[in-house]
Design a protein around this ligand. Structure first.
Ligand SMILES: [Zn+2]
Length: 70
């Protein structure tokens, strides 16, 4: 599997974080953890709007962790 398919970026409360791609399968109401350790409700991974993407900044810690894996 290609590495870029193993994680997804999503804007949630507090920033755009990278999540394991399996987090997409978690039902709303369950907690999901980003690579940096930030937690969000799985519902926040779904139905993001254009405004959410613009408003939230990319998480520096997630970016660093993913860069370190390469
Ligand atoms: Zn993060």
């Amino acid at each position: 599997m290609y590495d870029y398919l193993t994680y997804i970026w999503r804007p949630v409360s507090g920033g755009r974080h990278a999540f394991p791609i399996a987090a997409r399968e978690i039902p709303a109401g369950e907690p999901v953890a980003a690579y940096c350790g930030a937690e969000a409700d799985a519902a926040e991974l779904h139905n993001r709007t254009e405004l959410d993407w613009i408003r939230e900044r990319s998480c520096v810690d997630c970016r660093r962790i993913l860069a370190g894996r390469a």
